[in-house]
Design a protein around this ligand. Structure first.
Ligand SMILES: O=C(O)c1ccccc1N[C@@H]1O[C@H](COP(=O)(O)O)[C@@H](O)[C@H]1O
Length: 205
């Protein structure tokens, strides 16, 4: 199986349906305050309910307490919680009683192997400013990848630079700005280019 892909920061039904049709494994909805891609739980729910059963709906949160996260997850009919701030492990444990958790770390230097002990089903490595399209030297991911944890690579990924990360064999890739026309508005051409590139990689081209 090829690498899994999450398309994040969706705000429009047509973009979500296209990403699903092209083969996205997961679709992300940002419910974090202050994001240019923030979506209301009502709109996220409408989109979630229109999708097929086999694509994972992810809620993205930043420094919101576990009860707020659980309330929004339920209201938006989402399935996996991505914690993208400085959430203590106890918050993830509380959310994790109800939903699988992805914990994001913003890199300012190499990833730390001890992050593998955080109570989450997968760990995501992002650039310094989430959702900004800013990347980092991809070798910084190696110390965490080498622990055998499920590692999702994000931060400044585009259809053009996938060659930097695919050889690292991460659990998944996560893209927001690299497949957009504007914040929250996906580019059909860039989405198509992304999945075409992944298909070519899987065929060994
Ligand atoms: O996209 C946002 O606005 C956002 C806000 C708050 C937390 C996370 C956010 N997005 C996450 O950022 C990365 C990748 O972003 P990019 O591809 O570099 O633009 C991804 O994990 C999103 O879930």
């Amino acid at each position: 199986m090829g690498v899994r892909v999450k398309i994040c920061g969706l705000t429009r039904l047509e973009d979500a349906l296209l990403a699903e049709a092209l083969g996205a494994h997961a679709l992300g909805f940002v419910l974090a305050p202050g994001s240019k891609r923030r979506i209301s739980p009502e709109t996220a729910r409408t989109i979630s309910e229109a999708l097929g059963p086999f694509v994972v709906r992810v809620g993205v949160f930043r420094d919101q307490g576990p009860e707020e996260v659980l309330k929004l997850m339920e209201a938006a009919r989402l399935q996996v919680a991505q914690l993208h701030g400085a959430e203590p492990p106890e918050w993830a444990e509380r959310v994790g009683r109800f939903f699988p958790v992805v914990k994001a770390f913003s890199l300012e230097g190499p990833a730390r192997p001890e992050w593998a002990a955080y109570p989450a089903q997968a760990l995501l490595l992002d650039g310094k400013a989430p959702g900004s399209g800013e990347g980092y030297p991809r070798a910084w991911a190696r110390p965490l990848l080498e622990t055998g944890a499920r590692v999702i690579l994000a931060g400044g990924l585009t259809p053009e630079n996938l060659g930097e990360v695919l050889p690292l064999k991460p659990y998944a890739l996560d893209l927001a700005s690299g497949v957009e026309e504007a914040p929250g508005v996906k580019s059909p051409a860039r989405l198509r280019a992304l999945f075409a590139r992944l298909e070519a990689w899987n065929r060994g081209v």
